[in-house]
Design a protein around this ligand. Structure first.
Ligand code: GDP
Length: 431
């Protein structure tokens, strides 16, 4: 199969980086289709550590085309710094190896300022827990039809008109939050200065991807965050500001939905969440503590401690449906080593009734209590296992039960941070 979409099937941090890296070696084109530079992937290639936030994972591999699609919001200053950093590490980045969709909206410094001012003003319980990088406000401007897009950088008159339109909205908003008005001329000067560094990479991405697809190239669509943070299907309002589910790979790059052959959902063998919002299987006890410690559950970008809990099969079954997942990559199975008993959530109890999905209404979500099934754990180590034969019987039973409950097969199984410590069941790229 030629085109693969990778999506996180929980609240993000499922270990997409490792799997995307594994798949990007097999792909010809690697595309980002949503989110901003809040996604943090750390790639280790031949001992060299690359920290990527906005750039697709493929840039660090020679001979691949990396694409930033229109579904992304782009901070051009951050991108230029990131490009320079990886170039210093010996990676070649040229307009032949990196393309940015001309219709990609930009994140401006005023977006970050707004993001941070709002989070500071919010009271406990209403904070979204954003990374403060302006991603949400940039998406608001896109939908509000006042964004500055990559193509606007090419023409001074258009650029100035766009800035003025944006400031008509932002200056009154800033006044209300007690922030000074934007320095209009300074912003225009900054944009004109960065334009020459960004425009060489601008391209009609939808067209290029169509040509690549017709030429038989393998395209990998690299998702960031997770489906439970999707603006429509996530735990609203504690969600990200873009669509994260697999359909976004089409709208966020301009390929038709029929061009997607395989959707790989990345699923961690337990559950974590960063920041506020509902989390039915969250553990406030020593088991939660232990999952966090054994799983090193601290954010790559923010360093924030993640909330931890048992595997929620009910939620993953739901995200496998909304993303049309073909198969999952189950990660971090090794983190469950040594637990005497493991619990899996199979549904919820709400007002005396059993539900097989998480309702959308916030008050109902708050009243849902997980219904658990218990499974025996294993004392042996699964770390680094590369075949089913390396796994203890109870670990295999756990994986099989996960497949049954989420109604989706395992395509890949990951047993350590190392790329080769992976059990391959189905190659998403195989024809
Ligand atoms: P992403 O945002 O989805 O890529 O996830 P993160 O990078 O935030 O979290 C993944 C972390 O888990 C990274 O430090 C990986 O090296 C690590 N990791 C990935 N797969 C495995 C695995 O199977 N076992 C263990 N122990 N760690 C893993």
């Amino acid at each position: 199969m030629a085109n693969v979409v990778v999506v996180g099937a929980q609240w993000g941090d499922e270990g997409k980086g490792k799997i995307v890296d594994w798949l990007s070696e097999r792909a010809d084109v690697i595309c980002r289709f949503q989110g901003g530079h809040n996604a943090g992937h750390t790639l280790v290639i031949d001992g060299e550590v690359f920290k990527l936030h906005a750039l697709p994972s493929g840039v660090v591999r020679g001979g691949k085309l990396s694409v930033i699609g229109n579904g992304v919001v782009l901070d051009p200053w951050h991108l230029v710094t990131e490009i320079e950093t990886v170039q210093k590490q010996g990676v070649e980045i040229t307009p032949q190896t990196l393309m940015i969709a001309e219709n990609t909206p930009l994140i401006l410094p005023l977006h970050g300022e707004l993001d941070r001012a709002r989070e500071e003003a919010a009271s406990k319980g209403t904070k979204i827990g954003t990374t403060g990088r302006g991603i949400g406000p940039a998406y608001e401007d896109k939908v509000g039809r006042r964004a500055i897009r990559v193509a606007d950088l090419a023409d001074e008159a258009t650029l100035i008109a766009r800035v003025d339109r944006a400031l008509q909205h932002h200056d009154p908003l800033r006044r209300g939050l007690g922030i000074d008005a934007v320095d209009r001329d300074g912003l225009i000067a900054q944009l004109k200065e960065i334009a020459s560094k960004i425009l060489p990479y601008a391209a009609p991405v939808w067209k290029v991807l169509n040509e690549k697809r017709r030429a038989g190239n393998r395209i990998l669509f690299e998702g960031a965050q997770g489906a439970l943070l999707d603006i429509d299907f996530g735990t609203y309002p504690f969600v990200t500001s873009s669509n994260v589910i697999a359909g976004q790979a089409a709208t966020g790059t301009g390929v038709g939905p029929g061009s997607i052959d395989f959707v790989l959902g990345i699923v961690k063998a337990y559950t974590t969440r960063v920041g506020e919002g509902p989390f039915p299987t969250e553990l406030d006890d020593e088991n939660g503590q232990r999952l966090g410690e054994q799983g090193h559950e601290f954010g790559t970008t923010t360093g924030r401690k993640r909330r931890c809990g048992w595997f929620d099969a009910c939620l993953v079954r739901q995200t496998c449906v909304t993303s049309g997942v073909t198969g999952i990559a189950l990660t971090k199975l090794d983190v469950l080593d040594g637990f005497e008993t493991l619990k899996i959530c199979t549904g919820y109890e709400l007002d005396g009734e059993r539900l097989d999905y998480l309702p959308i209404a916030a008050d109902q979500q708050a009243r849902c209590t997980p219904i658990y099934e218990e499974m025996p754990g294993w004392s042996e180590s699964t770390e680094g296992a590369r075949s089913w034969a390396d796994l203890p019987a109870n670990a295999i039973k756990y994986v099989r039960r996960v497949e049954e409950l989420i109604e989706c097969p395992v395509a890949l199984l990951s047993t350590s941070p190392e790329r080769e410590d992976t059990i391959l069941v189905t190659d998403p790229f195989s024809d």
